[in-house]
Design a protein around this ligand. Structure first.
Ligand code: GAR
Length: 212
């Protein structure tokens, strides 16, 4: 089957904040990204990403942790929502929640995340501040398959940016974010085109291990 014959891949996007990566994905669709964004789900009702989705005519859902007794029950409700939309790929775009092992395993090989650092450097939060504090000469962003260990899944693509003298966490974040908006739609495109897979713990592009 050629790409033009293939139906767009149903995806859902999970976010907690501004949603600029969601916007990059939305904007890439008319330019040929073969996905159908079935829904945008947020754990924060005031996430601006929800407004971006509404403006693009995409259904939105808010799932607050306050309504659930523990992480497992929250994640079960989240999975039910995702599966209800028929999503074949889960796209984490600034979704600031730790995911349970069960949830991660359920979507193994079908869930991507973008992280604002050159993994394995600077897992976790405040990556730009930490890159500056470490005196890093370069910084960047990473798209990876999600695995149970936080920010440690197989890498799909990275973008590097220089760190300039006088950079602040904000100026560095802006430089990195610009690259995020390029590499996330790229990785999603590879997946939607059936070129990208997770196999035996490694990311394969066109059947070959990815070398970021
Ligand atoms: C992005 O920089 C993304 O890499 C980061 O949150 C930001 C979301 O921005 N994700 C993480 O830190 C995940 N650990 P956006 O809402 O404008 O897309």
């Amino acid at each position: 089957m050629t790409q033009s014959e293939r139906a767009p891949l149903p995806i859902v996007v999970l976010l907690s904040g501004s949603g600029s990566n969601l916007q990059a994905i939305i904007d890439a669709v008319p330019a040929g990204l073969p996905v159908d964004i079935r829904a945008v789900i947020s754990n924060k009702m005031d996430a601006y990403g929800l407004e971006r989705a509404r403006q693009a005519g995409i259904p939105t859902q808010v799932l607050s942790h306050r309504d659930y007794a523990d992480r497992e029950s929250y994640d079960a409700a989240l999975a039910a929502l995702i599966d209800g939309y028929g999503a074949q790929l889960v796209v984490l775009a600034g979704f600031m929640r730790i995911l349970s092992d069960g949830f991660v395993r359920r979507y193994e090989g079908r869930m991507l995340n973008i992280h604002p650092s050159l993994l394995p450097r600077h897992r976790g939060l405040d990556t730009h501040t930490r890159a500056l504090a470490a005196g890093d000469g370069e910084h960047g962003a990473t798209v990876h398959f999600v695995s149970p260990e936080l920010d440690a899944g197989p890498i799909i693509i990275q973008a590097r940016v220089p760190v300039h003298p006088g950079d602040t966490p904000e100026s560095l974040a802006a430089r990195v974010l610009e690259q995020e908006h390029r590499i996330y739609p790229q990785a999603i495109r590879w997946y939607a085109e059936g070129r990208l897979e997770l196999k035996d713990g490694a990311a394969l592009l066109d059947g070959k291990p990815v070398t970021p």
